[in-house]
Design a protein around this ligand. Structure first.
Ligand code: HEC
Ligand code: HEC
Length: 369
């Protein structure tokens, strides 16, 4: 008798279990999704102290279901041609969503020329995404890596059909966006969901925040001197000019500058034109976005091409600013700083106070798989 129960149990299990290889029909799923309830819950961003309001596009309101779908897509190798890579392959949560190497390598083993960027506080970037600002919105940006030959190298047509045939994504698209049928899954909806997830990636729990806003910690003398040099506040210390371009509290002024990394004979000779390649204005050549310095201690190597291994090297570079008179568009705030070894160390120590491991360990930002 028991044996028969077992048999039924196994038949029942095999009907329930629905793997990635099964077709929708094998899983008993039809195209129609209208029986699945559509009750999206609004998600409100809590504005951290000192932060501006985040701009949320009217056609992509944040919902709990949209964010959850976006998180799945972000971590799912279904987005790559050979199912080996996903967004997280180059944006690890533990490294503040960078990948720890100078330039990133895609599924075909081809390395790009640029370093992966931290996605921390990415929803606050308004003047253009990427090092060169070429993408206007997170919705537009999320479409790019899928087809980029040096990233996920798939086609959206193929990804859309993989999502439509999947045992659980159609239901998630229904819950997030109210589609009636699995055939309505589009790349635009996938991008919207990923953008919603990315807007939740907010970091505001560093020592800096605890000192400045929460009164729960105090800077060491060295960190305090570092902050004063960083922000121009005097007190007998030299001005390191950092806050012009990496303004607090976000750690960025969200703008593009030539910070004098390269020595060039003329403005047309930069190896990577940066912003100029997008605007086609020669005076923008060699300008890149000044990224946020929040969690900067976790995102080595540094700069758009990952040329510096450590923060000490970065500070040595700014201290010397060897190319400050080299090209006409190097920003005026780039100049030799003449800092002592102790002052350089103070700046590095201050940068470490911007580290937020509550952010990197946040369970909501980890893989759902
Ligand atoms: C092969 C590695 C790789 C993969 C895979 C990858 N990225 Fe990136 N990501 C990068 C690199 C490199 C940059 C900087 C590129 C540039 O500026 O030209 C970047 C930049 C970004 C930016 C802009 C950040 C900023 O501060 O402006 C966002 C947003 C982003 N990626 C999201 C994603 C999403 C979403 C996915 C998955 C759909 C993804 N990335 C997949 C390497 C990768
Ligand atoms: C004139 C504007 C400007 C000033 C002043 C400036 N920076 Fe930058 N910073 C930038 C730009 C632009 C980049 C990106 C450059 C690139 O990769 O081509 C950058 C990159 C960085 C990076 C690497 C970021 C990353 O994600 O790889 C660090 C660290 C940094 N700056 C720290 C500082 C510190 C510390 C100071 C003060 C000593 C400072 N910066 C002063 C504009 C500036």
């Amino acid at each position: 008798m028991n044996k028969i129960y077992f048999l039924f149990f196994f038949i029942f299990l095999s009907i329930l279990s629905c793997g990635n290889d099964d077709t929708p029909e094998e899983c008993g799923i039809t195209g129609d999704l209208s029986d699945i309830p559509y009750n999206p819950q609004n998600y409100t961003i809590t504005k951290p102290d000192g932060f501006p309001e985040m701009f949320i596009p009217a056609d992509n309101p944040m919902t709990v279901e949209g964010i959850e779908l976006g998180r799945h897509l972000f971590f799912d190798p279904i987005l790559s041609a050979d199912s080996t890579m996903s967004c997280v392959s180059c944006h690890f949560p533990s490294l503040s969503f960078t990948d720890g190497v100078a330039t990133s390598t895609g599924i075909d083993g081809i390395s790009g020329t640029r370093s992966s960027m931290s996605l921390l506080n990415i929803g606050y970037v308004e003047k253009g995404l990427f090092w060169d600002g070429r993408s206007n919105t997170l919705e537009e940006q999320a479409l790019v890596p899928i087809e980029d030959p040096i990233e996920l190298h798939d086609t959206w047509e193929n990804v859309e059909s993989k999502l439509k045939d999947h045992p659980s994504y159609p239901e998630m698209f229904r819950e997030a966006f109210g589609i009636e049928d699995r055939s309505e899954i589009t790349k635009e909806l996938a991008a919207k969901a990923m953008a919603q997830f990315e807007r939740t990636l907010i970091s505001s729990n560093s020592k800096y925040d605890k000192v400045i806003f929460q009164g729960q910690a105090a800077f060491t003398d060295s960190e305090d001197r570092g902050m004063r040099m960083y922000t121009d506040a005097q007190g007998g210390l030299p001005d390191a000019e950092c806050a012009h371009c990496h303004a607090l509290h976000l750690g960025t002024s969200d703008d593009f500058f030539n910070n004098g990394l390269d020595s060039v004979g003329s403005l047309t000779e930069f190896m990577d034109l940066g912003l100029g390649g997008v605007t086609q204005d020669t005076f923008d050549n060699g300008k890149f976005r000044a990224p946020t310095l929040r969690n900067i201690a976790l995102t080595a190597p540094y700069m758009h091409d990952g040329r510096f291994e450590t923060l000490e090297e970065v500070i040595d570079f700014y201290n010397e600013s060897p190319n400050h008179e080299n090209s006409s568009n190097v920003d005026v705030n780039i100049r030799p700083l003449e800092l002592t070894d102790q002052q350089k160390q103070d700046l590095v120590n201050f940068l470490h106070t911007l580290t937020d491991t509550v952010f990197t360990k946040n369970p909501a930002f980890q893989s759902p798989f």
